[in-house]
Design a protein around this ligand. Sequence first.
Ligand code: OFO
Length: 169
Amino acid sequence: MISNKMAAKINEQIKNELYSGHYYVSMAAYCASLDLQGFSNFFIIQEQEERFHAMKFFHYLYEQGHDVKLTGLDQPKTEFASLEEVFDLAWKHEQHVTSLINGLMDLAIEERDYATQNLLQWYIGEQVEEEATMSGLLKKIQQMGDRGAGIYMMDKELAARTFTPPAAE
Ligand code: OFO
């Protein structure tokens, strides 16, 4: 059994993960408006990843005898200046999410909540990947220029991205 305080924080994090998805759908819409369907697909798949993150916490709360209480999502940004700005914001957003996961880990350590520490270890690894993905794509875009020929090749590559749920540990 986890503390009520931890359950409340995990509830908040479910919202944060769903918000990440909401934000990425907004980025997908911007990419679609540029007719970059591969980049748009990248963010649509990213939304599925975020929903997976949210639902992993969802199931954990019930396993631990707590309820999920959803709250409303904030309005995401809908206007972007460039592809570079989109990936810069996505990278910064992932750094922010990493700090939220680290905050949960701090609480789990403080409460000697070993079960939640074990769960959070998965998210900590996931955040390393998420930050690397966003910063890697940002660097490529910076090297190629926002509308350079390389962008169209990247667009083709990103069109092939699919969501594969991670295997159960
Ligand atoms: Fe859930 O990792 Fe991105 O935000």
